[in-house]
Ligand binder design. Structure first.
Ligand SMILES: Nc1nc2c(ncn2[C@@H]2O[C@H](COP(=O)(O)OP(=O)(O)OP(=O)(O)O)[C@@H](O)[C@H]2O)c(=O)[nH]1
Ligand SMILES: [Mg+2]
Length: 235
């Protein structure tokens, strides 16, 4: 069990209780676009599904040694309002062109149209960070006003010093280009390294003050509608 700061304890509990909602191969099949959603994106085989499984303490997302495993958008529910999404990896050469076009079209549509999307976790294999695709995603999230958080995954594959060096290099580039709109950390699924840092970011996105104000308004409206129904039933 990780020692998350108290503010994120609630989120950690929600992550531990995460449930699979559904898979969607098209945007039209996504769950209702309400509440708050964080999507995990990255190159094929970068470790997106493994990161999600580690954060949720479950084997919710399918992982594989064969790149291109996640072919659909997979939605995991934390509570009624909050979801994590495992996106198909980009950049895998062996996927048939027609399927690639299908993903690209639906991934683009998901990324540009999804109102509930509040942040993007960009997973990069620490041995190959900041590919052209990764940069494109960073650029896109910046233009869309969406915060991005980079997990440098498979940190266990490098010696501590080398991992730290890569972190510093990537941090320097990202700070210069995106200021505080993007952040970076080390992550390892098998070592469960970087969990607290990742939870803190997810917590800030999924439970920002603004979100809580919106929740309060939703609760108020729901209470009013319940009262109304009760009144009508009583009449
Ligand atoms: N050593 C190590 N291996 C990892 C780590 N994260 C993932 N892997 C391995 O990398 C491979 C790919 O992991 P996935 O989590 O399936 O990658 P993905 O990004 O979801 O891949 P796609 O769904 O194909 O896009 C699997 O064999 C994982 O076991 C990590 O932190 N350390
Ligand atoms: Mg996957």
């Amino acid at each position: 069990m990780s020692s998350a700061p108290p503010a994120t304890k609630h989120l950690v509990t929600l992550c531990q209780q995460a449930t699979f909602i559904k898979s969607a191969s098209e945007v039209t099949q996504c769950p209702a676009d309400r509440g708050y959603e964080v999507a995990f994106a990255g190159r094929s085989n970068a470790g997106k599904s493994s990161a999600l499984n580690t954060l949720t303490h479950a084997r919710l997302a399918r992982t594989s040694k064969t790149p291109g495993r996640t072919q659909l958008l997979n939605f995991f529910g934390l509570d009624e309002q909050r979801r994590l999404v495992d996106l198909p990896g980009y950049g895998y050469a062996k996927v048939p062109l027609a399927l690639k076009e299908h993903w690209k079209q639906h991934l683009d549509a998901y990324l540009t149209e999804r109102n509930s999307l509040v942040g993007l976790v960009l997973v990069m294999d620490i041995r190959h960070p900041l590919s052209d695709f990764d940069r494109m995603m960073l650029e896109w999230s910046d233009v869309s006003g969406l915060p991005a958080h980079i997990l440098l995954s498979k940190a266990d594959k490098l010696a501590f010093g080398a991992a730290k060096n890569t972190l510093l290099k990537v941090q320097t580039i990202v700070r210069k280009e995106y200021g505080n709109r993007a952040s970076v950390q080390l992550f390892s699924a098998p070592k469960r390294q970087g969990l607290d840092e990742a939870y803190t970011v997810l917590d800030s996105w999924l439970f920002s003050e603004q979100d809580e104000e919106a929740d309060a308004v939703d609760d108020q409206l729901q209470a009013e509608s319940d009262d109304e129904q009760e009144n009508q039933a009583g009449e």
